[in-house]
Design a protein. Structure first.
Ligand code: OFO
Length: 170
């Protein structure tokens, strides 16, 4: 049986993961609209991964005989102006998700819920990976992004990203 405080924070985290998916989808739409199909692909793949993150939490709550409590998903922001501005926004967003994952880890420790503490480690590693990926793109854009030909090459590189279902690994 899942501790009620832990159950609540895990349900809140589901909401954050699906909000993330919404946010990335909004970005994907923006990039498609300005002709950057590779950027659009990258953010769309990220949206799919975020839905996996939400589903893994959903399945975990059920596995622990907890209750699912889904809240409305906020509409994503949509004031996007350039690849640089969007990727800066992504980095800030992911940092805030990292800190909410850390709150889950801290609470599960405080509540002596070892199973959740162990489970959430996967998300901690995932956040390290995500922030690193975003930083790589951000650095490329900062370095070369103002030159159209280079932006075109970055776009081609981001078009290569493929969605692979994210499975929770012990
Ligand atoms: Fe789910 O990792 Fe990004 O937000």
């Amino acid at each position: 049986m899942l501790n009620l405080k832990v159950e609540e924070i895990l349900n809140a985290q589901i909401n954050k993961e699906f909000y993330s998916a919404y946010l990335y989808l909004a970005m994907s739409g923006y990039f498609d609209g300005i002709g950057l199909k590779g950027f659009s692909n990258w953010t769309k793949v990220q949206a799919q991964e975020e839905m996996d993150h939400g589903m893994i939490l959903f399945n975990y709550i059920l596995e622990r005989d907890g209750n699912i409590d889904l809240k409305p998903i906020e509409a994503p922001v949509k004031d996007f102006h350039s690849p640089l501005q969007v990727f800066e926004m992504i980095l800030e967003h992911e940092k805030s998700v990292t800190s909410s994952i850390e709150s889950v880890a801290n609470l599960s420790e405080d509540e002596c819920d070892r199973a959740t503490r162990h489970f959430i480690d996967w998300y901690i590693s995932e956040q390290v990976e995500e922030e690193a990926q975003v930083l790589d793109v951000l650095k490329m854009i900062k370095m070369f992004g103002n030159e159209c030909t280079i932006l075109y090459h970055i776009d081609k590189e981001l078009a290569e990203r493929k969605y692979k279902a994210h499975d929770y690994e012990e």
